[in-house]
Ligand binder design. Structure first.
Ligand SMILES: [Zn+2]
Length: 236
């Protein structure tokens, strides 16, 4: 698991966003401190470094915000639940998938990893399954048409962006940065061929939602390095 930190400025204060990338899927989990003993985690993978960091900063209360409920973005929820008091926020469409590991796109994800392994002799599929923890958790807060709420002294906004999955969303923190999940990357188009993905929803709803954000806003994608919104690939 690789760790990196980006500092962003918002309303005169600095927010440090730390990322923890899974070595097999390259899925990014993000962590931001939101107050004494509190933290925000976006899309938890089973990173030991993430768990260690949460212990270091004494974060006993963790808000888990999900961009969507694919297996690689939620398989760190189980180990988090064992260590912290968590509240999960996600779209209403994603919520039932947190209780049903067979509906989190695991088979499709594994097929993609094994195809890459066949091409270059890697061991992503086996590696991911070694670390994989099925998620069985209840979402505390859900939404249909977007949501704005405060987490400690920080503002979170959830903007629906269906296409990669029906419940995909973009999460904006303090109006300063956007966690784009698998809906926007810098180096490649979003994938809409997962089961229940929809290219037409992506084009009709996700792309306008993504384009409504400021071009200079910092984007933190579900996989790969951070970028500015204007540099994203807005196609599928
Ligand atoms: Zn995904």
């Amino acid at each position: 698991m690789h760790q990196a930190q980006v500092k962003i400025k918002s309303r005169g204060r600095i927010i440090a966003v730390e990322s923890f990338a899974d070595p097999y899927t390259l899925e990014n989990s993000y962590l931001a401190r939101t107050g004494p003993g509190r933290a925000l985690v976006i899309d938890p993978n089973p990173s030991q470094l993430l768990l260690r960091r949460l212990a270091e900063i004494g974060a006993g209360q963790v808000t888990v915000a999900l961009t969507h409920a694919h297996a690689d973005h939620i398989c760190g929820i189980a180990p988090l639940m064992e260590r912290c008091s968590i509240r999960i926020i996600c779209s209403r469409s994603c919520a039932p998938r947190l209780m049903a590991p067979s509906k989190t796109g695991l088979e499709f994800l594994l097929a993609m990893l094994r195809m890459q392994d066949m091409r270059d002799g890697g061991h992503r599929g086996d590696g991911f399954m070694r670390e994989y923890r099925p998620c069985r958790a209840r979402a505390m807060i859900t939404f249909d048409n977007g949501l704005s709420l405060n987490d400690g002294s920080h503002a979170l906004r959830f903007i629906p962006a269906p296409g990669h999955s029906p419940g995909s969303c973009v999460i904006v923190l303090d109006g300063a940065c956007a966690f784009t999940g698998d809906s926007l990357f810098r180096d490649c188009a979003a994938v809409t061929r997962f089961p229940r993905g929809s290219t037409s929803s992506y084009r009709a709803i996700a792309v306008p939602a993504l384009k409504s954000l400021p071009p200079c806003m910092q984007a933190f994608p579900g996989h790969g390095a951070p970028f500015l919104m204007r540099d994203g690939v807005f196609s599928s």
